[in-house]
Design a protein around this ligand. Structure first.
Ligand SMILES: Cc1cc2nc3c(=O)[nH]c(=O)nc-3n(C[C@H](O)[C@H](O)[C@H](O)COP(=O)(O)OP(=O)(O)OC[C@H]3O[C@@H](n4cnc5c(N)ncnc54)[C@H](O)[C@@H]3O)c2cc1C
Length: 382
């Protein structure tokens, strides 16, 4: 059975937009994926190209250079990459960074950064995690101290997506270590010609081989007041909390699209592959496994679509978005693991899409807040 992948939130304009996205991906991203996996990053050119095609930050208003779409346009781009396991270009982190600037930045900050981010001239990253702390964000040690001309940042960050290619990094730092949440602020660091800023090694990850994930070092990086997000000290934690539904739903959306891609690839394979004189798809076990997966995808589609619509209407709460992230990433793990099994040994070979999907899926339960943290957040809402 081919899954009916119609989204309740789509319409004819979005279907056309999806066609454009698919063309872009097939022509410009797929051919370089293998080389990008070897390099450990996708390079700057593809970012600029995606910008030219209007695919970056598509839900940022036109006044800043955007195409005037909404979250559904973002979702289309993420879905089409995820179903092909094209995990090199972290357009979602890039958009999340743009949203911090859009939602919390000053007029000058929006003017200065958003058009360049939409054009793909500046790649965005957000640096929260440190070697000593991830889930417990309030435990960060990076600090920003006042200077006569602005601020000075000292500290180090790790596991930063887009870290190697980033031209703009949002850095979460303590501006008052005596205060908990109220002592945190977000700074905008422009990385080009920035004394004291250093990108560490490209981290050697289990999966996401084409995606650049780096350590970042800030050794007395001097900034002006214009680099404090929103121009107000002590707002960092609240700014981060405000955008959580958006960030978590993206992971739910990509998880479900990856499941759809895995299902389709597996269906093709088991129909073709022969064992004991018949197609693997003829074994009852195969039929039952695929029936379970198809059911899981259909049920998940109803929930994720509902979340997408709620987000577009500005009604998605953090607990529900956390459910989307928790359920999506856990289901993705279960589904791709089952699919690998149905591929047999070929499922373990990197040249097969399903193998890449398998290794790329694992991180979805960890980054953007672990499954355990999602459960904490959901529990608090009960
Ligand atoms: C590929 C990749 C990309 C990433 N991209 C970024 C990025 O762009 N920017 C960024 O800032 N960070 C990024 N991260 C970091 C990521 O968000 C963190 O790894 C994640 O939040 C977990 O933090 P940690 O690794 O310090 O684990 P820890 O916080 O040390 O957690 C270890 C274990 O303890 C559990 N645990 C922690 N607290 C609790 C609790 N209260 N209750 C129950 N269990 C708990 C966790 O769930 C986990 O199982 C990335 C990580 C990876 C691997």
């Amino acid at each position: 059975m081919t899954l009916n992948t119609t989204r309740s939130w789509s319409d004819s304009d979005l279907d056309l937009y999806r066609d454009t996205v698919v063309r872009f991906i097939e022509e410009h991203m797929v051919p370089d994926d293998e080389a990008a996996r070897m390099r450990g990053h996708v390079g700057h050119e593809i970012w600029r190209k995606a910008g030219e095609f209007g695919l970056l930050c598509s839900d940022v208003p036109e006044q800043w250079g955007g195409v005037g779409g909404d979250f559904r346009h973002e979702a289309v781009f993420y879905e089409e990459m995820a179903r092909r396991s094209l995990t090199g270009m972290n357009a979602s982190v890039h958009t999340i960074v743009a949203h911090y600037i859009l939602n919390h930045g000053t007029q000058e900050q929006k003017q200065r950064y958003l058009p360049k981010m939409i054009a793909g001239e500046l790649v965005g990253a957000i640096a929260m995690t440190e070697p000593g702390t991830g889930s417990d964000l309030q435990g960060i040690k990076t600090k920003a101290e006042r200077t006569p001309s602005g601020w000075k940042i000292q500290g180090s960050k790790t596991f930063i997506s887009n870290g190697y290619l980033a031209g703009l990094v949002l850095v979460v730092a303590k501006t008052d270590p005596t205060q908990g949440a109220k002592g945190m602020s977000i700074f905008i660091v422009e990385t080009e010609d920035c004394p004291g800023y250093r990108v560490g090694r490209l981290l050697d990850k289990v999966g996401l081989k084409a995606q650049d994930t780096s350590e970042l070092f800030f050794d007395d990086v001097e900034l002006t007041e214009a680099h404090l997000l929103g121009g107000r000290e002590g707002q960092g934690f609240y700014q981060l909390m405000a955008d959580l539904p958006y960030e978590r739903l993206i992971i739910g959306v990509t998880a479900l699209a990856a499941m759809e891609g895995a299902y389709e690839a597996t269906l093709d394979y088991v129909r073709d592959r022969k064992a004991f004189g018949k197609a693997v798809s003829d074994f009852q076990n195969t039929k039952f496994k695929l029936a379970e997966i198809a059911t899981e995808i259909k049920v998940g589609r109803a929930f994720i679509d509902q979340c997408v619509l709620a987000l577009v209407e500005g009604k998605l709460d953090t607990a529900t978005a956390s459910m989307a992230k928790l359920w999506g990433s856990e289901a993705q793990g279960r589904v791709v693991d089952t699919c690998v099994q149905l591929f047999g040994g070929y499922g373990y070979m990197n040249e097969y899409l399903i193998a890449r999907m398998f290794i790329d899926a694992r991180i979805q339960r960890i980054y953007g807040g672990t499954s355990e943290i999602m459960k904490e957040v959901i529990w608090r809402s009960l």
